[in-house]
Ligand binder design. Structure first.
Ligand SMILES: Cc1cc2nc3c(=O)[nH]c(=O)nc-3n(C[C@H](O)[C@H](O)[C@H](O)COP(=O)(O)OP(=O)(O)OC[C@H]3O[C@@H](n4cnc5c(N)ncnc54)[C@H](O)[C@@H]3O)c2cc1C
Length: 478
């Protein structure tokens, strides 16, 4: 019997560790998830994030039940709980898919040491990205620091084909029920599936998508049935629902990255014109950005604490205060920024273009520490993903790998005019501005004046803060 420890791989299909456990045990697999006992104490705990976890676990449990298996749920320190489960099941091996982040890696080391002591065999697998980060290296074997050469090397490497064979645990009516995996499973104590109430949270006012493997599959099919071919043209327009919304599925592993890459290649091959091919090509390139940031985190885990570029490590960032609060609640008086922050609060997701705008606003207009924004996003995004989030924040702050140069400071007003010319996105999320003409939404009002009753005047003057930011960056980088 083999224990499969589910982590951020909450799916049955194309799950390398689960498939191997099933194959090598003749289907005698005990699927386990250990809820951390952080409860509400962890700064990332938020309603969208925990909803994604609860929904994905519920779907996983249902999918396992459908094929005669059962998800065993425990709560606590993973090492202690797995040790207990190994004793309870007398499993001969423990299989799992590896993490790329430092906390996950540290936990794996502890789990492996525990298993070694017990004489239990451990096998771990790569799963989180289509290509393992140490497979994509320069010709001299070094990790890439810049996206374009990383991407060029990445596309030349073969991505393993997804394993779409059905996962088949031993059937419920196994002959020798006393010794069957199923009877072990039925007898094992398991906690009820978690709900938001376990963390004292409520998401009833939020518009969240369905979570879990079947929902991920539906989202993927819907996207590849048409929108992928318009993706290159429309992906930057936040008012258009043109992106895949698959980030949450990649975050929780309810969809395989290898399957997505395969679907991109199929879409490229099926497209009848260059214009149509541009969509899946661009989409693949975005998936490669995800792989790039995962590789950065793998090779330079210190980015979670420090600026990737050492020259910026002495920056005098401002810390939390009234400005951070106004940014977080979406009342800065900058319509595009406020729309993004309100979309995040209402849906646990924000459009990529707007993520860049609000992140640059926080770092370059408000001069606040990017780590504040990074943590805020982790708490509020359903897709909050440590590598892409850190990469996105350091890109916007100008401190990251292949980041926007520090002197490239986007103007939130011109960004509005360019990417939300009709003001549709702004007006969808900021009801106070629904009567304001689109042109006015993309122009700063006179100092101290508000764009509409009930809407705050602009918190800062962009032109002035831009100069201050440039001076701050120059001071440390020269
Ligand atoms: C400040 C900031 C913070 C971010 N935080 C996160 C985060 O916590 N989690 C997260 O998954 N993405 C993050 N991103 C990247 C990007 O915004 C989201 O992946 C994207 O908006 C998700 O929506 P989608 O699935 O519809 O994207 P699509 O446009 O459909 O893209 C397809 C997939 O490609 C990947 N992708 C797209 N853009 C990027 C990118 N810039 N960097 C890395 N991967 C990308 C994602 O996995 C995404 O699901 C962040 C970007 C910025 C600027």
């Amino acid at each position: 019997m083999i224990l499969h420890w589910f982590r951020r791989d909450l799916r049955i299909e194309d799950n390398p560790a689960l498939a191997a456990a099933c194959r090598e045990s003749g289907g005698r697999v005990v699927p386990v998830f250990i809820l951390s006992d952080w409860r509400g104490a962890h700064p990332w705990t938020g309603p969208a994030r925990q909803s994604a976890l609860c929904g994905s676990l519920r779907a996983l449990s249902e999918e396992l039940e459908k094929i005669g298996s059962r998800l065993i749920l425990r709560r606590g320190d993973a090492v202690e709980e797995l040790e207990r489960l190994l004793a309870e099941t007398r499993a001969e091996a423990l299989y799992f898919n590896r993490s790329l982040d430092p906390a996950g890696r540290a936990l794996e080391t502890r789990v492996e040491a525990m298993a070694r002591q017990l004489g239990v065999r451990v096998r771990s697998f790569h799963d989180v990205t289509a290509l393992a980060p140490d497979a994509v290296l320069t010709q001299t074997g070094q990790p890439f620091r810049v996206f374009t050469p990383f991407s060029r090397a990445w596309v030349k490497l073969p991505v393993p084909a997804p394993d779409l064979r059905p996962f088949q645990p031993v059937p419920f009516a196994a002959k020798n029920r006393a010794r069957s995996a199923r009877s072990t499973l039925v007898q094992l104590p398991s906690l009820p599936l978690p709900t938001l109430a376990d963390w004292g949270l409520d998401a009833s006012s939020m518009r969240l998508p369905d979570f879990g493997e079947p929902a991920a599959r539906r989202r993927m099919e819907a996207f590849f049935s048409g929108p992928v071919f318009r993706y290159a043209a429309e992906r930057d327009l936040p008012a258009v629902d043109a992106t895949s919304r698959l980030s949450v599925d990649l975050r929780w592993g309810t969809l395989s990255p290898r399957l997505l890459v395969q679907r991109c290649h199929a879409a490229i091959a099926s497209a009848k014109s260059t214009a149509l091919r541009d969509g899946p090509r661009k989409f693949l390139s975005e998936l490669i950005w995800r792989e790039f940031y995962m590789a950065i985190l793998w090779h330079w885990p210190e980015v979670l604490e420090h600026e990737f570029q050492p020259r910026f490590r002495g920056m005098q960032w401002q810390q939390s205060g009234a400005k951070f609060q106004r940014w977080g609640e979406g009342t800065t008086g900058f319509p595009i920024v406020d729309a993004g922050m309100r979309q995040l609060a209402a849906t646990g997701w924000m459009h990529n273009r707007v993520r860049m705008i609000v992140a640059m606003f926080l770092t370059k207009d408000l001069h606040l520490d990017w780590r504040l924004g990074e943590a805020f996003f982790m708490q509020h995004l359903a897709d909050g993903e440590i590598a892409s989030n850190n990469g996105g924040w350091q890109w916007s702050a100008g401190t990251g790998a292949d980041a926007a140069p520090y002197f490239r400071i986007q103007n939130p007003w011109t960004q509005s005019a360019r990417f939300d010319p009709e003001g549709d996105y702004i007006q969808r999320w900021v009801p106070e501005l629904r009567e304001v003409p689109a042109r006015a939404l993309a122009r700063p009002p006179a100092a101290g004046k508000s764009l509409a009753p009930g809407y705050p005047p602009a918190l800062i003057n962009h032109a002035q803060e831009r100069e201050i930011a440039l001076a701050l960056y120059r001071r440390v980088s020269s």
